[in-house]
Design a protein around this ligand. Structure first.
Ligand SMILES: *[C@@H]1O[C@H](CO)[C@@H](O)[C@H](O)[C@H]1NC(C)=O
Ligand SMILES: *[C@@H]1O[C@H](CO)[C@@H](O)[C@H](O)[C@H]1NC(C)=O
Ligand SMILES: *[C@@H]1O[C@H](CO)[C@@H](O)[C@H](O)[C@H]1NC(C)=O
Ligand SMILES: *[C@@H]1O[C@H](CO)[C@@H](O)[C@H](O)[C@H]1NC(C)=O
Length: 365
C-alpha cells in the first residue's frame, strides 16, 4: 500500500511539475496559440486606448526610483527622504504619509514630487515570503471575484482585498485628498513593482473614479496579470494613462497564465506594455525599449520570449527593486523624530504622517 501511495504521490508531483513548466512557458513565441488567439480573449476596446497618452522614457526613469524606494524598511529615513534609495531623480520629494500594514505585510507612501510636479503614490511588492515562493503561487491564482459594478469583470481575490480590504485604501484616499487640498490640485502618479503593481492598479482605478481619468497616471514594473479580458477592457477605459513596463525574461508578467481559448475565464493584461530588453553584441550592451500595441497581449513584446528569469524581475532601468531585508516583513522606526508630526496605529497598521489624524486613532508613541 505504502509503495502504491508513493507512486501516486510521485505521479502527482510530476504532473504538478509539468503544469508548472507549461505555466513558465506561457505561450511560446510565434506559435499558433497567438495566431489562433484570440477568439474570445482579445481586448475589445470601445475607443482607441490611451487617448494619445504616450510613453515617456525620462518619466519612467524617475518613477522607477519611487517604486524602488518604497521597499525601504527604515521608515525614518524613508519619511525624511534620506534613505539610500531616496536619491537621484527623486531629490526634493516630500513624503506626506507612509502606511505599513503589518498584518498583511504591505507598505505604501504618498508624497509630493518636484518633477513631475505631482502627487506620487507608491506600493511595495511582496516581502513576506521569498520572491520565488510568491511567484510559484501566482501560477495557481483563480479569477474568483467579480469587480463591483462590472458584472463580467473578474479579478483575483488576494490582489483585490490587499488594496480594498486593508487600511491602505482608506489612508491613501485620505492622504491624496489632503495633499491636493494643501498643495494644489496636482496630477497623481501611481507606481508599483510586482505585487505592488497589482495594488497600484486597483488604486489608480479607484482614484480615477474619484478624481477623474485625466488626473491619474499609472506606471507599473513587472506586475502580474490581475483580471480577465473584461476587467482589462474596463480598466483601460477608466485609466487610459497607463504604462505597464516589462523587462526581458521577467517571469512575473507571464503569470497567472493567459489562455486565449478560455475567453473570459482567463487572465489578460491591459495595455500599454513597454518591453525593455538588452542585446549584447560582443562587449556592447544595447538597451532597447519597445512600445507595444494596445491589445495588452502584444506578441512582439515580453510574450515573444519565455518568462524564465527572476533576476530580470528584480531590476528595471538598472534600478534594484526588492526589499533591503529579504524574506521577512520588517520595519524600523528610529527615535521619535519631529519630521513626522504623527505616528498612529490603526487596525494593525503603522501610519506616519505629516498631518493630524482623526481623534479616534491611537497614539503609537
Ligand atoms: C517626459 O517627462 C519628463 C519628466 O517629468 C518631462 O520633463 C518631459 O517634459 C516629458 N516629455 C514629454 C514629451 O512630455
Ligand atoms: C475583509 O477583512 C475582514 C477582516 O480582516 C474579513 O473578516 C473579511 O472577510 C474580509 N473581506 C473579504 C471580502 O475578504
Ligand atoms: C530596438 O527596438 C526597435 C523597435 O522595436 C527596433 O527597430 C530596433 O532594431 C531595436 N534595436 C536593437 C538593437 O535591438
Ligand atoms: C509582430 O509580430 C508579427 C508576427 O507575430 C509580425 O508579423 C509583425 O511584423 C511584428 N511587428 C513588428 C512591428 O515587429
Amino acid at each position: 500500500m505504502a509503495s502504491l501511495r508513493q507512486v501516486a504521490e510521485d505521479a502527482t508531483a510530476v504532473l504538478l511539475l509539468l503544469l508548472l513548466l507549461a505555466g513558465l512557458r506561457v505561450l511560446p513565441p510565434s506559435t499558433a496559440a497567438a495566431a489562433a488567439a484570440d477568439g474570445g480573449g482579445v481586448l475589445r476596446m470601445k475607443h482607441s486606448s490611451g487617448g494619445g497618452y504616450s510613453y515617456n522614457s525620462t518619466l519612467a526613469h524617475i518613477l522607477v526610483e519611487y517604486a524602488s524606494a518604497v521597499y525601504t524598511s527604515d521608515l525614518t529615513s524613508l519619511f525624511t527622504w534620506t534613505c539610500p534609495r531616496c536619491k537621484g531623480h527623486t531629490k526634493g520629494f516630500e513624503v506626506i504619509e507612509i502606511i505599513v500594514d503589518v498584518e498583511n505585510c504591505l507598505q505604501a507612501f504618498v508624497g509630493v514630487a518636484p518633477d513631475p510636479h505631482s502627487v506620487i503614490v507608491a506600493f511595495r511588492g511582496t516581502q513576506q515570503h521569498s520572491v520565488a515562493n510568491w511567484i510559484e503561487d501566482l501560477f495557481w491564482k483563480q479569477l474568483d471575484v467579480t469587480y463591483p459594478g462590472m458584472p463580467d469583470a473578474m479579478v483575483h481575490h488576494g490582489f483585490y482585498t490587499a488594496y480594498y480590504n486593508t487600511t491602505l485604501r482608506h489612508e491613501i484616499l485620505k492622504s491624496v485628498q489632503w495633499t491636493r487640498k494643501t498643495y494644489g490640485t496636482l496630477p497623481i502618479n501611481v507606481v508599483g513593482h510586482s505585487m505592488g503593481g497589482a495594488l497600484a492598479t486597483f488604486c489608480a482605478l479607484d482614484l480615477s473614479v474619484k478624481f477623474g481619468s485625466q488626473e491619474v497616471q499609472l506606471m507599473t514594473f513587472g506586475q502580474p496579470r490581475i483580471g480577465n479580458p473584461a476587467f482589462a477592457s474596463y480598466f483601460s477605459e477608466k485609466v487610459p494613462r497607463t504604462i505597464r513596463v516589462t523587462h526581458q525574461n521577467d517571469i512575473v508578467p507571464h503569470l497567472p497564465p493567459y489562455f486565449p481559448y478560455l475567453g473570459e475565464w482567463t487572465y489578460h493584461h491591459f495595455p500599454r506594455e513597454v518591453w525593455l530588453y538588452e542585446t549584447i553584441d560582443g562587449n556592447v550592451v544595447t538597451r532597447n525599449e519597445t512600445v507595444c500595441d494596445d491589445s495588452g497581449e502584444d506578441m512582439n513584446c515580453s510574450r515573444s520570449v519565455y518568462g524564465t528569469s527572476i533576476a530580470d524581475h528584480l531590476e528595471y532601468y538598472g534600478v534594484t527593486l526588492h526589499a533591503d531585508s529579504r524574506g521577512t516583513c520588517q520595519f524600523v522606526i528610529g527615535a521619535t523624530n519631529s519630521a513626522y508630526s504623527n505616528i498612529h496605529e490603526v487596525d494593525g497598521a503603522i501610519i506616519l504622517s505629516r498631518y493630524p489624524q482623526e481623534p479616534h486613532t491611537l497614539e503609537y508613541m
